[in-house]
Every structure is written in C-alpha cells, then in structure tokens.
Unconditional design. Structure first.
Length: 102
C-alpha cells in the first residue's frame, strides 16, 4: 500500500514542477509592486517608432511628414476603414494627419 501513495506523491510533485514555472516570469517572481502610470487626458501620446503621417486614412496616401520615436501626438479622432483597419487622426506639432492604429 505504501508504493501507490509514494507514486502519487511523486506524480503530484512532478506535475507541480512542470506546470508552475509557466506562471512565473523569467528569473522568478518579482516582489516589487507594479508601477501603474495613468495618462491624464491633457498629456500627449508618444509615438513608439518611426512612422509616416499620412494625408488620408489610406496606406497609399501621400506622406506629409516622417515622425520619429518619442514624438508627442494628440489624437483628434478615430476612424475605421471599409477594410477593417483602424486609423487615428492626430496632430503632431503644427501638422495634422493620419496614422494606422496598431
């Protein structure tokens, strides 16, 4: 009777060891509280990569200006094209134009 209990114990231990690391970040658990920074409505968004500011919400539309990473943007409105792609009309410095969302 002792062997089946030992087998279950090893099976449970092995299962725990194989499944538990999936839920942990690389390097183990992070004990620091997560810092959440909420953007207030007056703060501009920042571009995360270089992107072309377009004259219209189409990929073929002429580029008005190339925006670099960290460029402050103010979203004016959102629009969804018939293809399903979402576009944002933004203001970057003194220019207005369209950027693909996502």
């Amino acid at each position: 009777m002792a062997q089946p209990a030992a087998a279950w114990r090893w099976a449970a231990l092995l299962g725990f060891a194989l499944i538990t690391p999936v839920g942990l970040p690389a390097g183990g658990a992070d004990r620091r509280p997560h810092e959440v920074r909420r953007r207030s409505s007056g703060e501009p968004l920042l571009s995360t990569r270089a992107v072309a500011l377009r004259a219209a919400p189409e990929q073929r539309a002429p580029a008005l200006q190339q925006l670099g990473p960290g460029e402050p943007l103010r979203v004016l409105r959102s629009w969804r094209a018939s293809s399903g792609q979402r576009w944002l009309q933004v203001q970057a410095a003194d220019r207005r134009g369209w950027l693909p969302a996502g």
